[in-house]
Design a protein around this ligand. Structure first.
Ligand code: GLU
Length: 293
């Protein structure tokens, strides 16, 4: 496998131009008719409810959070959060369209209206808030390092300071930016792809020595690849996950924040965790306090 920054940028650009889509299909309508809802005129909630359709940007390659399975449908904690928001909008599951949103294109799909919400292990930060807004947080992850199970030479981010060891992350992600300060030579040591599965393949193939991203993403890959990988050291950042919406849509953000508080209380949040990421991490979160900035 040849890894280069040019290849990474090309892959990101390709995803930006032609975001893979998997649509809702009337033939497999999961269910019961949605409860009828009414929303204030002119709001995004009213628009989506009337259209009876929502486009959700999520990840397609992250076990536990957003992973597209053999049935071609993404599954995971982020997907469940997205489904709950659709339900609260009065939109049935069969009318959700999912588009793959790798880290580097998340702001762009919202700005361009290609997705109505992005639920994609998406850390809330000020730089991103210049372009979009976030509801949440609905979970707090932390950056961690994954290595081969047999490796005892990497014990945390400081292990990269001496140079030599290569670490892989994803373009446009906070972990790719955070790890830089631990590297002796960024060009030689940091490998970036568009999606995390490619980093996992590179670690497996020995082209890199480690993968860095959020603990919950790495835990998913460790569970899916039994015996091959392990976490090294401790988490070294906080990554509060938010739900991205178009910048300035305060009513929609408030609605999603209200929905999160409601599902923390009524058990749907804990159930969503237990049925997805909870299979790899049994510590059921209670739901962090919402930041109504
Ligand atoms: N939470 C981090 C971020 O938003 C890493 C995970 C990801 O790339 O989706 O950048």
């Amino acid at each position: 496998m040849r890894i280069s920054r040019v290849a990474t940028l090309a892959a990101v650009a390709a995803l930006t131009l032609g975001v893979a889509a998997c649509g809702g299909d009337d033939s497999d309508d999961a269910g019961t008719a949605p409860e009828s809802k009414s929303f204030a005129a002119g709001t995004t909630m009213e628009k989506l409810n009337k259209a009876q359709k929502i486009i959700i940007g999520t990840k397609f390659d992250q076990p536990g959070f957003g992973l597209k399975g053999l049935d071609n449908k993404p599954a995971g904690f982020d997907v469940e959060i997205g489904k709950i928001i659709a339900t609260e909008l009065g939109i049935p599951e069969s009318k959700i369209e999912y588009i793959e949103t790798p880290s580097a294109v998340r702001e762009e799909v919202l700005e361009q209206g290609k997705a109505d919400i992005v639920v994609a292990t998406y850390t809330i930060n000020d730089k991103r808030k210049e372009r979009i807004d976030f509801a949440g947080p609905y979970y707090v992850a932390g950056q961690h390092i994954m290595v081969k199970a047999s490796d005892s030479s990497i014990t945390g981010p400081d292990s990269f300071k001496a140079g030599g060891k290569k670490v892989c992350s994803v373009a446009g992600s906070t972990p790719a930016a955070n790890i830089e300060k631990y590297l002796a030579d960024k060009v030689a040591q940091l490998v970036v792809f568009d999606v995390y599965q490619k980093c996992v393949d590179a670690l497996n193939g020995g082209q890199v020595d480690a993968v860095t991203t959020d603990n919950v993403i790495l835990t998913g890959f460790i569970a899916k690849n039994e015996g091959k990988f392990k976490l090294a050291g401790q988490k070294f950042t906080d990554e509060p996950y938010g739900i991205g919406v178009k910048k300035g849509d305060t009513a929609f953000r408030d609605f999603i924040n209200d929905t999160l508080e409601k599902i923390y209380a009524d058990g749907r949040y804990a159930k969503a965790w237990t049925e997805t990421a909870g299979k790899f991490d049994s510590a059921v979160p209670t739901g962090p306090s919402i930041n109504r900035y």
